[in-house]
Ligand binder design. Structure first.
Ligand code: SAM
Ligand code: SF4
Length: 333
């Protein structure tokens, strides 16, 4: 079989796309209120990319200059065979950085195997330090499983461990200090992420919005925040550290401070679509081509087409008419 030629993916604004986020499943064992509802329905199994199709898509992307790959979902650890997929991707020579975003509930049992399979870094979502608040926010009483997962990930040597927290006004904003304090007690990077109105009415969602500027004001009352220099593989987080803290704080303002100008990402959705921008519903179908026997060069051309569609700036807002139809779990947050 012919392999795709190495030619970097870049868009009309000369942004080079080097980072692919892959949603390996739309399924999840939690029901975070900002992401899923009890009415959420899974995609039929046959509509989800197989692990072999995901591997092939990543291999072709690496041939096009992708060097950074993150596995996400849905809940990636809920997908059977995920450790085997990690092992195969870790063996791809062009991938400099292979990481995963997980809700942590299944991490205690899988962290060691993931590390051995070659996963480099892990982000764990945790929006509260309070077990009861966790159950209310996620619909499942699994706080201790997540905490155990975080501790096991640390024991097996994942470093740094990043904790992702989405802050919702009136829901978990009372947890900002307790979450930030984790960066003083452990070498964790605690990253606060602005809530985005995805698959919901943005006007109704607006009262949950808690901007990073307000989060920063709260954190400054806890102690002086020192800026941390940006590194090459860093994403859009503004990085800080409390004096003498082993860990860090990150602020990610997807809604209030666009980082579109420097965006180097694209996404492969669980149902086999390339999505050039998280916050726009424009996608290119690739699953049909994969299943109709397209060669690597044809798939590479579909990647290039998707990158060419990348928007200059996203238009998602709480006040405009723009919302997203697709739920986060199938896109891969
Ligand atoms: N299940 C895994 C997890 O929760 O980490 C991976 C998938 S989840 C969709 C990826 C990230 O998206 C999580 O950190 C989650 O908090 C974030 N997320 C989901 N819905 C969001 C929303 N509406 N606004 C901001 N972040 C969101
Ligand atoms: Fe599941 Fe992650 Fe969505 Fe929560 S944010 S419901 S853990 S996919």
């Amino acid at each position: 079989m012919k392999t795709a030629p190495h030619c970097p993916l870049s868009d009309h604004r000369h942004r080079v796309i080097s980072y692919l986020r892959v949603s390996v499943t739309d399924r999840c064992n939690l029901r975070c209120r900002y992401c899923m509802t009890s009415h959420t329905r899974w995609l039929p199994k046959g509509h989800i990319l197989t692990l072999e199709e995901i591997h092939r898509m990543v291999r072709i992307a690496v041939g096009l200059g992708i060097t950074k790959v993150r596995l996400t979902g849905g809940e990636p650890l809920y997908r059977k065979g995920i450790v085997g997929l990690v092992q195969k991707l870790a063996a791809e020579p062009g991938i400099e950085d292979l990481s995963m975003t997980t809700n942590g509930t299944l991490l205690a049992e899988k962290a060691s195997a993931l590390k051995a399979a070659g996963l480099k870094r892990i982000n764990i979502s945790l929006d509260t330090t309070d077990p009861q608040g966790f159950a209310e926010l996620t619909g499942r009483d699994l706080f201790s499983a997540v905490w155990q997962g975080i501790m096991t990930a640390r024991e097996v040597g994942f470093t740094p461990i990043k904790i992702n927290a989405v802050v919702l006004r009136g829901c978990n904003d009372d947890q900002i200090e307790a979450l930030a304090d984790l960066s003083r007690r452990y070498p964790f990077h605690v990253r606060f992420i602005e809530y985005m109105p995805i698959a919901t009415d943005p006007h109704e969602a607006e009262h949950f919005f808690f901007p990073i500027t307000e989060i920063a004001q709260r954190l400054e009352k806890m102690g002086r925040l020192l800026p941390v220099a940006h590194e090459r593989l860093d994403g859009p987080a503004q990085r800080y550290r409390f004096a003498d803290a082993p860990g860090e704080i990150g602020l990610i303002g997807s809604m209030s401070s666009h980082f579109c100008d420097t965006c180097n990402r694209m996404r492969l959705t669980a149902d086999g679509h390339l999505r050039p921008c998280l916050l726009s519903d424009e996608e290119v179908n690739v699953i049909d081509a994969l299943r109709q026997g397209a060669g690597d060069e044809e798939i590479a051309a579909i990647y290039a087409r998707a990158v060419a569609m990348k928007k200059g700036h996203h238009r998602l807002s709480f006040t405009g008419d723009c919302s997203l139809r697709t739920k986060m779990a199938s896109i891969g947050g």
